[in-house]
Structures are given as structure tokens and as C-alpha cells.
Design a binder for this molecule. Structure first.
Ligand code: HEC
Ligand code: HEC
Ligand code: HEC
Ligand code: HEC
Ligand code: HEC
Length: 373
């Protein structure tokens, strides 16, 4: 019975016509414009970091990244087996995490290596069904709307929950077992001004922001973390509080690190490193991997084990302790957290061209002046 269901699902998906991202822009122009700036519109062809890691991983995994990075593509299995390679002439592949795909998510089945998304069944000859949570959605020539009371529970967890490689090594783990997608939508798709649809018959004045702002966005970068400083005479404590419901490091290409400086009379008299802030292991947050021989590997597909990991769990905080010279009244302590999107250890192997991937970007900086004696 189950087999039959999936077989018919497969056949109906093959025959149902695909609606491109561009086709949605005819009526949902605001949402389309936002989406175009988002990382969901990026794919193998225009995300340099993803492409280069995928190419390196391909000897182990072919292109099995497509289920999450190119989910609208036909023939997912053929990517994984290496029979097919990404092809820039195919619109479904260029459409990345497409509007149509995301709005057909009916359910997410939990699984050990990675979750599995179940799409709604489309029937040939009928307008495709689109899921969303609007009350009383108006009719449209292009699609039928189904108010799905569970859509916002499953919209993100199919791809963002977790991923293990084929050696059963946990690559990322962003969502807890009981966590659904509603929280993700609140922070990453806040309601913003603007029509949902061109005609706006229902006078809906706000819509969910589809730019999916995350770490590439300056304002979002400041929101993830709080920094607090407390001082003793010869030491200081820096408390880093992760305000998000996901770990400080989700994407394993990233490194986040602390730069700590003490200024006296305009001069820096102490800092938490000599040459590079990455020397300070307690202030450097990253996830590393080891290969079969126990030596470090850069590409997660080749990992047999996790190596050095320093992270801060969802909603938790960590206190870093530093011994310093005697602190005096008027000393200024500056604590700044930065992120580099592609950590230096992978630069050579990946030969990255986009300088934004290698440039430190500020998350948050605070300064604290010592009062009293
Ligand atoms: C289970 C779903 C899933 C699979 C499978 C998957 N990824 Fe991802 N990947 C994601 C998600 C979700 C993000 C965004 C997460 C984030 O930024 O923390 C992401 C982000 C990335 C990024 C960062 C991109 C950037 O622009 O900063 C790289 C690199 C990447 N993935 C590489 C790969 C490679 C290579 C494969 C295949 C070997 C792969 N991924 C397979 C879900 C997946
Ligand atoms: C011909 C115009 C038209 C086109 C093209 C169109 N839509 Fe719509 N869509 C509408 C209208 C009208 C509504 C209802 C708006 C309302 O009720 O305020 C709607 C509503 C929606 C909703 C909300 C459904 C709900 O129940 O919450 C989603 C999601 C949606 N469209 C997605 C898409 C996607 C994805 C595409 C492209 C594949 C697309 N639309 C193309 C006209 C269109
Ligand atoms: C079909 C898989 C898939 C689904 C479903 C999905 N995402 Fe993503 N998401 C990705 C991938 C893959 C990336 C990374 C793309 C890249 O960088 O090339 C990503 C990136 C992101 C980012 C990072 C943006 C940045 O600046 O780096 C955010 C935030 C995000 N997604 C939020 C969401 C939210 C919220 C939902 C649910 C409403 C969701 N995603 C649903 C696959 C998915
Ligand atoms: C309380 C608000 C909040 C909630 C809820 C939230 N996030 Fe985030 N998320 C953020 C902020 C702020 C950032 C950017 C700061 C950072 O990455 O350091 C971020 C970053 C991200 C990134 C980019 C990470 C990277 O390194 O590329 C992804 C992917 C992401 N969130 C996915 C999700 C998913 C999936 C959910 C739901 C489980 C979720 N977020 C829930 C606030 C939130
Ligand atoms: C990563 C998944 C994802 C992608 C990709 C995506 N959407 Fe959405 N969309 C959502 C979610 C989640 C909601 C909010 C549902 C809810 O009410 O909780 C939403 C809401 C909507 C709505 C209803 C109005 C609103 O703001 O609530 C429309 C219309 C819509 N999307 C159209 C589009 C179009 C057009 C595209 C492509 C340009 C697109 N979506 C891409 C997840 C996605």
C-alpha cells in the first residue's frame, strides 16, 4: 500500500507541470523581489562556496547535495549516483530552493541521516495546489490554495534540521527533536509592509519577508549574540550568550571568534592573541573533522569523526576567562565577535575568488570602561 502511494506520488510529480520562480512574479512581485536577494535563490551555479565544496566532495558523494540545495530538480537519485551532473540549462535546477517546491511541502519524515520531505500530490490537468497559511485565500488562475494548518510546522525542518555524511558523522544539527519551523519563520520571515499579491483584493497590508535574512545580513548578524564583561583585578570574564534557538555554529564552513583588547591612555596594553585571534582556542568557535587515519580533513564528506569542536548550544551561554595585567580605573575593554564565512583552513584547497567569503565580518562589539579603582 505504502509502495503504491509513493509510486503514484512519483508518477504524478513527473507529469505535473512545474511552475518557475519567475512565473510567480507576475502576481507576487514584492515577494519575488525579496526572494531574489535571498540565499534560497542561490544554487550550485551561483554559490561559489557550495559549488567548490561540492566539487571536492564529489569523489565520495557525487552530487547528493541536490535534495536540499537543488530540490526542484528531476532525477534526484541520478545526481547521487553520479549519472547526472548539474546542468545550467535546466530551469528547475537554476531555480534553487524554488517557490513552487517550498509551497508544496506537505509533511517531513524524520530520518537519521537527513529528513525526507513529502510533497503534496498534484493531479494532472488541474491547477496545482499551493500550501500556505492565509485565512480565506482568494482564488487565482494559476493555482489552487489549500489552507494548511500544519504548513508552517514543516516548512523548514526538511532541510535545516540535521545532516550526517555516509560515514554517519554529524555534519550539522540545527534543530532539536521537538522543534518545529514556526520559530524559524518568526525570526527569518518577519511580517513586513507590502502587498501579498498584485490585485490585493483582501487588502492584506503585510506579508512574510522572503529575503530569508541570515548570516549574510548585517542587521541579523548583530541579533544572534549578547556579550557581557565582568572584571576582577587581574582577570576578566566575557560571557557570550547565544540568543538563537540554534547552535552558534551551524554551517561548518564558518568560524566565529573573539577579539579582546584592553586600552589604557589610547594604547592597547593587552589582547587575547599574538598574531591571529584564532590562536585563542576558547574564543574560537568552529567544527572540525578527522579522516579515516585520524588526520584533519577539510571536506565534511570525507569525515570519519568529528575533531576539535567549540560551539555554544541554542539559547545557552559560555563564560570565557582571561588573566590580564592589573586592571585600573579608566581602562577600556573592547570585546568584538567576528565571523568568517569560509574559514582560513579551506582557502587553499577551494581556491576561493569571492573576497567576501574570506573577510572578517563583525557580529557584535561592546566596550566597557573600568570605574572605581
Ligand atoms: C539535509 C540538507 C542538506 C544537504 C543534503 C546538503 N546541505 Fe549544504 N546546506 C544545507 C542548509 C540548510 C544550508 C544553510 C545552512 C546554514 O547556512 O547554516 C547549507 C549550506 C551549505 C553551505 C554554505 C553555503 C554558503 O553560501 O555559505 C555549503 C558550502 C554547503 N551547504 C555544502 C554542501 C555540500 C557540498 C553538500 C553535498 C555534499 C551539501 N551541502 C548537502 C542543507 C544541506
Ligand atoms: C495569476 C496570479 C498568480 C500567480 C501567477 C501566482 N499566484 Fe499565488 N496567489 C494568487 C492570489 C490571488 C492569491 C490569494 C491572495 C489573497 O488571498 O490575498 C495567492 C496566494 C498564494 C499563496 C498563499 C496561499 C495560502 O493559502 O496561504 C501562496 C503560498 C502562493 N500564492 C504562492 C504562489 C507561488 C509559489 C506561485 C508561483 C509558482 C504563485 N503563487 C503564482 C495569485 C497568483
Ligand atoms: C529544500 C530545502 C530547504 C528548505 C525547505 C528551507 N531551506 Fe533555508 N536554506 C537551504 C539551503 C540549501 C540554504 C543555503 C543556500 C546557499 O547558501 O547556497 C539555506 C539557507 C537559509 C538561510 C541562510 C541565509 C543566509 O544569509 O545565509 C536561512 C536563514 C534559511 N535558509 C531559513 C529558512 C527558513 C526560515 C525555512 C523555512 C521557512 C527554510 N530555510 C527552508 C535549504 C532549505
Ligand atoms: C530568535 C530569532 C531566531 C530564531 C527563532 C531562529 N533564528 Fe536562525 N538566525 C538568527 C540570527 C540572528 C541569525 C544570524 C546570526 C548568526 O548566524 O550568527 C541566524 C542565522 C541562521 C542561519 C545562518 C547560519 C549560517 O552560519 O549560515 C540559518 C541557516 C538559520 N538561522 C536557520 C534557522 C532555522 C532553521 C530556524 C528554526 C529552527 C531558526 N534559524 C530560528 C535568529 C533566529
Ligand atoms: C523556503 C520556503 C519558501 C520559499 C522558497 C518561498 N516561500 Fe513563500 N512562504 C513560506 C512560508 C513559511 C510562508 C508563511 C506561511 C505561514 O503563514 O506561516 C510563506 C508565505 C507566502 C505567501 C503568503 C503570504 C504571506 O506572506 O504569508 C505567498 C504569496 C508566498 N509565500 C509566495 C512565495 C513566492 C512567490 C515565492 C518565490 C518567489 C516563495 N513564496 C518562496 C515559505 C517559502
Amino acid at each position: 500500500m505504502k509502495k503504491l502511494f509513493f509510486l503514484s506520488l512519483f508518477i504524478s510529480l513527473l507529469s505535473a507541470s512545474y511552475l518557475t520562480n519567475k512565473s510567480c512574479s507576475e502576481c507576487h512581485e514584492n515577494i519575488y523581489e525579496e526572494y531574489q536577494t535571498s540565499y534560497h535563490s542561490k544554487t550550485y551555479f551561483n554559490d561559489e562556496l557550495h559549488r567548490k565544496v561540492a566539487n571536492q566532495a564529489s569523489s565520495e558523494d557525487n552530487y547528493d547535495c541536490s535534495t536540499c540545495h537543488m530540490p526542484s530538480a528531476m532525477d534526484q537519485k541520478m545526481f547521487a549516483s553520479g549519472v547526472k551532473k548539474p546542468d545550467q540549462t535546466k530551469q528547475r535546477q537554476k531555480d534553487a530552493i524554488s517557490c513552487f517546491y517550498c509551497h508544496q511541502i506537505a509533511y517531513v519524515k524524520k530520518a537519521h541521516l537527513k529528513n525526507k520531505i513529502i510533497l503534496t500530490r498534484q493531479v494532472e490537468g488541474y491547477k496545482p495546489t499551493i500550501y500556505g497559511s492565509l485565512n480565506n485565500p482568494q482564488d487565482s488562475d494559476k493555482h489552487t490554495m489549500t489552507h494548511s494548518p500544519i504548513y508552517d510546522k514543516y516548512a523548514c525542518s526538511g532541510c535545516h534540521s540535521h545532516k550526517r555524511n555516509k560515514h554517519d558523522v554529524l555534519i550539522f544539527d540545527a534543530m532539536g527533536d521537538k522543534q518545529d519551523s514556526k520559530g524559524c519563520i518568526k525570526c527569518h520571515m518577519p511580517l513586513v509592509d507590502g502587498k501579498i499579491e498584485k490585485m490585493d483584493k483582501m487588502s492584506r497590508l503585510k506579508h512574510h519577508d522572503h529575503s530569508f535574512a541570515g548570516i549574510h545580513d548585517e542587521t541579523m548578524r548583530q541579533k544572534g549574540l549578547d556579550i557581557k564583561i565582568t572584571v576582577q583585578k587581574k582577570s576578566l570574564h566575557v560571557e557570550l550568550q547565544n540568543k538563537t534557538p540554534h547552535p552558534l555554529i551551524i554551517q561548518v564552513a564558518r568560524v566565529k571568534y573573539l577579539v579582546l583588547k584592553i586600552k589604557r591612555g589610547g594604547k592597547i596594553i593587552w589582547k587575547n592573541y599574538k598574531k591571529s585571534p584564532l590562536e585563542d582556542k576558547q574564543g574560537t568557535f568552529e567544527i572540525n573533522f578527522l579522516g579515516k587515519d585520524g588526520k584533519p580533513v577539510i571536506i565534511p564528506a570525507f569525515a570519519y569523526k568529528r575533531g576539535f569542536v567549540n560551539n555554544i548550544k541554542a539559547k545557552e551561554s559560555k563564560i570565557l576567562k582571561y588573566n590580564t595585567p592589573d586592571l585600573k580605573k579608566g581602562d577600556i575593554i573592547i570585546a568584538s565577535m567576528y565571523v568568517i564565512l569560509a574559514k582560513p583552513s579551506c582557502w587553499k584547497l577551494l581556491n576561493l575568488e569571492d573576497s567576501r567569503l574570506k573577510k572578517p565580518m563583525l557580529l557584535k562589539s561592546i566596550s566597557y570602561t573600568i570605574k572605581g579603582n
